[in-house]
Write a protein that binds this ligand. Structure first.
Ligand code: NAP
Ligand code: GDD
Length: 349
């Protein structure tokens, strides 16, 4: 049997790094698109990196950019992948308010460029995965979201992903392409980018614990998310492309915690009992140190968004049915793994 060929955009990101490992374990030949950067941006895949001069390679990296059709098209036509995972994105919601046009170019037109390239190259058997998101849901009327929940985006990021969701469906329906949307809820890990709230919290709390930082400035403490683990979720990205038919499917834990609860759980992990006082922008979180109050959390307006998805909680019935969705990591496991990893790393800083 010839080895399957996968192409991953966004291979240097959190999900790309886990997915590449998974596919290599499954004996795929993995091609990844990386961007030119003035400093190294491959830290998350350094462990699996292969010498480009090696004869039989399983991991091959190509320079390209989602904003540049010529680079995408030349890679697709050369690689002729069996499976394409479109994970590349300007993925930070708050940043999308500052860079709305760029976010749209990468996330919305980027998906279009990739689909069009598969189509133009007549790759009829190529399967396409689009990294869709729970940010498509934003209407507080729907407390629990599934595939049937009406979309209501609240940010340039969400709206760019809405275009990508629909263009994926359009190519599926128009050209009979195997093109699927994985509507994934938030997923975290030690490889999570440092400006996302979970990683920002675990990193800061370990620093405060080791007396390398005084206090953490945070935004909306009451925002609620359905947090899973990236390692669990990339398995279902792969599963989505192993189905007989393309589909649009929610992957979530069906549980929900607030940013405040995430902080409390991190503190618990190191034996701290955090307490809260004040309201709104004046709220602080403190611990008792030698019977004195030590403020470790402050709220800052700088981390509030112009518009916010306040509450996300998915119901993944379809995934349970079709993908046999079963998750290994609980909320507590995620916090533990991220905290332990940051505690280990801080020793080397
Ligand atoms: P991430 O860590 O931010 O990774 C994004 C990847 O996209 C990085 O490899 C980045 O390259 C690459 N990229 C950004 N702009 C690019 C461009 N112009 N051309 C080529 N590559 C570009 O994101 P993630 O958490 O792994 O998420 C993966 C995908 O799933 C994203 O599309 C995200 O929107 C979506 N998603 C994520 C979640 C979640 O909770 N993690 C939930 C739902 C959907 P650099 O390394 O060079 O920056
Ligand atoms: N980043 C950040 N920084 N978020 C904060 C902060 C802060 O200091 N304080 C509070 N928050 C709140 C945000 O307002 C949001 O409600 C929540 O914490 C989670 O923020 P992020 O971790 O930045 O993730 P996100 O939910 O906005 O977006 C992530 O999940 C989406 C899926 O729902 C990203 O991974 C997106 O790419 C993904 O599509």
């Amino acid at each position: 049997m010839p080895r399957k060929i996968a192409l991953i955009t966004g291979i240097t990101g959190q999900d790309g790094a886990y997915l590449a490992r998974l596919l290599l374990k499954k004996k795929y030949i993995v091609h990844g698109i990386i961007r030119k950067s003035s400093s190294f941006n491959t830290a998350r895949i350094d462990e699996i990196y292969e010498d480009p001069f090696k004869k039989k390679k399983s991991l091959i990296l190509h320079y390209g950019d989602m904003t540049d059709f010529s680079s995408i098209n030349s890679i697709v036509s050369k690689v002729k992948p069996d499976e394409v995972y479109n994970l590349a994105a300007q993925s930070h919601v708050a940043v999308s308010f500052k860079n709305p046009e760029y976010t749209t170019d990468v996330n919305a037109l980027g998906a279009l460029r990739l689909l069009e390239s598969i189509y133009q190259n007549n790759l009829k058997k190529t399967k396409f995965y689009q990294a869709s998101t729970s940010e498509l849901f934003g209407n507080p009327k729907y407390k629990i979201q599934n595939e049937k929940t009406p979309f209501y985006t609240k940010s340039p990021y969400g709206t760019s992903k809405l275009f990508a969701y629909w263009i994926t469906k359009n190519y599926r329906e128009s050209y009979n392409m195997f093109a699927s949307n994985g509507i994934l809820f938030n997923h975290e890990s030690p490889l999570r980018g440092e400006t996302f709230v979970t990683k920002k919290i675990t990193k800061a709390i370990t620093k405060i614990y080791k007396k390398k930082q005084d206090c953490l400035y945070i935004g909306n403490l009451n925002s609620k998310r359905d947090w899973g683990h990236a390692k669990d979720y990339v398995y279902f990205q792969w599963q989505i492309l192993q189905q007989k038919k393309p589909m649009d499917v929610v992957v979530s834990t069906n549980k929900q915690y607030s940013v405040r609860q995430f902080i409390e759980e991190c503190c618990k992990h190191i034996g701290w009992n955090i307490k809260w006082k004040g309201r709104g922008l004046n709220e602080v979180g403190y611990i008792l140190e030698k019977r004195r109050k030590k403020i470790i959390i402050k709220v800052s307006k700088a981390y509030f968004r112009p518009n916010e998805v306040e509450s996300l909680r998915g119901k993944s019935l379809l995934a349970k049915q079709k993908l046999k969705l079963k998750l290994k990591y609980s909320f507590k496991d995620i916090v533990k793994e991220m905290m332990d990893d940051d505690l280990k790393k801080i020793e080397y800083e």
